[in-house]
Design a protein around this ligand. Structure first.
Ligand SMILES: NC(=O)c1ccc[n+]([C@@H]2O[C@H](COP(=O)([O-])OP(=O)(O)OC[C@H]3O[C@@H](n4cnc5c(N)ncnc54)[C@H](O)[C@@H]3O)[C@@H](O)[C@H]2O)c1
Ligand SMILES: N[C@H](CO)Cc1c[nH]c[nH+]1
Ligand SMILES: [Zn+2]
Length: 435
């Protein structure tokens, strides 16, 4: 890990430094994903089975996980893990319920009632990654808000293991969220199946979930197609940016950086510090800790695109962080609340020494499906609102229309839209005649 001084760099080098490794457009991958989507569209289940054999090394008779596999998964898991999944689920539900949008009902003028009602997206498709490692926590992060929103049909896809089975913890977490329609599908083919529908997999209105470059590319392609499903956001390879001052414990900082580096070779981790010794200490500590990780090779690949940047002040660190817009931001500084006021863009923020990013991944209660690639500049993480439509409603009494009708007439006439004006004028005349 090289250490660089932000203030010694020219503008072009600074920009290059804040680019994601996976951001450069991968034309070959985009074309391969387009071919996968086309195959699924043309051949349905037959293409899904062939692609699963090719890409996941798994021959499948049926794509759906059989009902008895859920019971078997529950029996197989040890009690401590089941309790951890259930406890995490409870906290995720507590936060998401509290943060859920509320209906609105307000009179904007006498006799003019405006409302917002909430309706679930009817049929949603969830993707739970399992390439590098199965992520049952992601099943909770998607399943809980889908359940709270009241989505009527929820299907979940996750890559199968070579023997055709699915990680039992994923099945257990899915069932805790009321999901029993699980398909043994991964990558772009899973996304294509949920977007287009096949003999087995229902076509979904909106797709959710993180994944590797194949999954993210596929989500973007299917949502861009005419009539394609909506997607939650581009939630690609994990990222963390840590801002640490001289007081931060370099062991904690290094561990936090490595926690996201171990996700995949194209993950990216950054450290910004205003303390020269802190940068040196963290680099040394990362070297020490990475060697002890089972996923040392993966983490080392991610570290090759990592950044350690010295800044002149924490205020400058906040500006650099805002420009990068990280998925996760850790403020490991003496007064994190003060620094928080200077942060504009991040998926999720962790304050102080005792808030490792890992707790957000699993069990503090916030959602871990978050925008990457800098999309945190404009997107938010998954929430109950992501699974809902917010529909506005208005109801006017005769007096209400009398009160605001002239305003509508003036604006319609100014826009030259006579039929708009007429729809108001006719009613005003009728009210006049019957008064
Ligand atoms: N942003 C977020 O909120 C968030 C949350 C959790 C995980 N993540 C990220 O999700 C990703 C999970 O990736 P993963 O690989 O572990 O699992 P994954 O399930 O996303 O991908 C595995 C699938 O990729 C497909 N695939 C692999 N190589 C392929 C190839 N050469 N051609 C076509 N398809 C291929 C296979 O079908 C396989 O089933 C990681 O990058 C992790 O950082 C992000
Ligand atoms: N850090 C990931 C989101 O970028 C989520 C996750 C799941 N399990 C562990 N981590
Ligand atoms: Zn993680």
């Amino acid at each position: 890990m090289n250490i660089v001084d932000w203030n010694a760099l020219d503008a072009a080098t600074r920009n290059a430094l804040l680019e994601r490794p996976a951001q450069t457009q991968n034309v070959e991958r985009a074309q391969a994903v387009a071919r996968i989507i086309a195959q699924v569209g043309q051949e349905g289940d037959a293409a899904l089975k062939r692609l699963t054999a090719q890409l996941d090394g798994c021959e499948l008779d049926a794509l759906a996980v059989p009902g008895e596999a859920f019971d078997a998964a529950e029996a197989l898991l040890d009690a401590t893990l089941k309790k951890a999944i259930a406890d995490a689920r409870t906290r995720i539900e507590t936060f998401h319920r509290a943060a859920a949008p509320q209906p609105v009902r307000v009179e904007t003028a006498p006799g003019v009632l405006c409302e917002r009602v909430l309706r679930p997206v009817t049929r949603v498709g969830l993707y739970v990654p399992a390439g590098t490692a199965p992520l049952p926590s992601t099943a909770l992060m998607l399943g809980v808000p889908a359940q709270l929103a009241g989505c009527r049909e929820v299907v979940l896809c996750t890559p199968p293991r070579a023997d055709g089975s699915v990680d039992p913890a994923v099945l257990y977490a899915a069932r805790l969220c009321g999901i029993e329609r699980v398909f043994r599908l991964g990558g772009a083919q899973a996304v294509a199946a949920m977007a287009l529908g096949t003999e087995s997999v229902p076509r979904c209105d909106k797709l959710f979930g993180p994944g590797n470059g194949w999954v993210t590319e596929a989500k973007q392609q299917v949502s861009a197609a005419p009539g394609g499903p909506a997607i939650d956001m581009p939630a690609g390879p994990s990222e963390v940016l840590v801002i640490a001052d001289a007081k931060a414990d370099p062991r904690f900082v290094a561990a936090d950086l490595l926690s996201q580096a171990e996700h995949g070779p194209d993950s990216q981790v950054l450290l910004l510090t205003d303390a020269r010794e802190q940068a040196d200490a963290v680099v040394a500590e990362v070297e020490r800790q990475v060697a002890q990780l089972p996923r040392a090779d993966t983490a080392r690949k991610a570290l090759s695109a990592s950044r350690v940047i010295r800044v002149e002040s924490l205020a400058q660190a906040a500006k650099v962080s805002n420009a990068y817009a990280p998925e996760h931001l850790i403020l490991n500084v003496s007064d994190p609340r003060a620094l928080l006021t200077q942060i504009d863009s991040a998926g999720s923020i962790f304050l102080g020494a005792w808030s490792p990013e890992s707790v957000g991944d699993y069990c503090s209660g916030t959602n871990h499906v978050l925008p990457t690639y800098g999309h945190a500049r404009a997107w938010s993480g998954v929430s109950v609102a992501s699974f809902q439509k917010q529909i506005t409603v208005q109801e006017l009494s005769g007096d209400g229309l009398r009160g605001i009708g002239a305003c509508a007439l003036t604006l319609a006439e100014a826009e030259g839209l006579e039929a708009h004006a007429q729809a108001v004028r006719l009613r005003l005349a009728e009210l006049e005649a019957t008064a």
